[in-house]
Design a protein around this ligand. Sequence first.
Ligand SMILES: Nc1nc2c(ncn2[C@@H]2O[C@H](COP(=O)(O)OP(=O)(O)OP(=O)(O)O)[C@@H](O)[C@H]2O)c(=O)[nH]1
Ligand SMILES: [Mg+2]
Length: 317
Amino acid sequence: MFIDEADINVQAGTGGSGCKSFRHTRDVKGRKPNGGNGGRGGHVIIKADSGIHTLREFNYKKNIKASRGGHGGSNNKTGRDGQETYLSVPPGTLVINADNNLVVRDLTHINEKVIVARGGKGGRGNAKCANAEPGKTGETIRLHLDLKLIAEVGLVGFPNAGKSSLISCISKAKPKVASYPFTTKTPVLGIAEFNEKEYKIADIPGLIEGAHAGSGLGDKFLRHIERTRILAFVIDLAGVDGRKPWDDFFSLKNELMLYNTELNDKSYMIIANKIDLASAQENLKIFKNKIKEPFIAISCKDKSNLDEVQKKIIKLL
Ligand SMILES: Nc1nc2c(ncn2[C@@H]2O[C@H](COP(=O)(O)OP(=O)(O)OP(=O)(O)O)[C@@H](O)[C@H]2O)c(=O)[nH]1
Ligand SMILES: [Mg+2]
């Protein structure tokens, strides 16, 4: 299951207690305090890990606690620091303080990490202060994790337009392709390469008119194209499902605007797919007249004009 949001409670470890002890000697006056300090509690650290693709783990792991610091010992022995607890999340995860909605860190890079809760300081032993102290409590924080995929290109289109077919043709990602709508239910990332240039491309579930009001799978997946640099509208030029390709294009733009007007400021390209079909040939001229913008007619089936698509992507990037 692909989960892109999670709420968790995090608690860093408490510091170890300072030790109260005295050097043994027959002479009472010579009894010097020698209690060591407690160790620091473990931090809780969130790290972007390339091997993790969803926040699913946090569906059932909601309360996270790091270990406490070791207590101080006699002979000025300092307690061990508590072990850090690492939480792995997919790159592209926004870590948000749930109490004030402020972003703690946007973990966009692989291996980037952030300490979200600091372990409590260990208490001082009686060698350092007259009465040995207890360790300080570790920080606690409520976090909202919000995954927004990081890709350069986002594919947007009606179901069955051929988005998954396209990503399969130009990248190593092989999402399921089928002739029924909403085959793709979760976003898929692929790495494409063209002319020695590499870029990430995201295939997201199909969008239909009224998605902003919940029709189809809704528009929640558009969050995953918010951060892409460019958008590629994939249109079924053949109108296999009985709609008009130009209506599809205007509906898609409208849904994007209703979701977030900033999406309309992104550079985009238009890909008219299924040109191998006769009905697509018939629609070609009307499509040109109606949309009045450049587009690339392709066929994922025949693998025709795919280089043009890649060239245009590289140019826009
Ligand atoms: N004739 C023809 N059929 C195509 C072409 N590209 C894709 N198809 C077919 O169109 C159907 C839908 O393709 P998908 O790639 O699954 O479409 P999608 O946009 O990912 O669909 P959803 O995941 O449902 O949103 C499949 O039956 C494909 O075989 C094409 O260029 N020509
Ligand atoms: Mg698909």
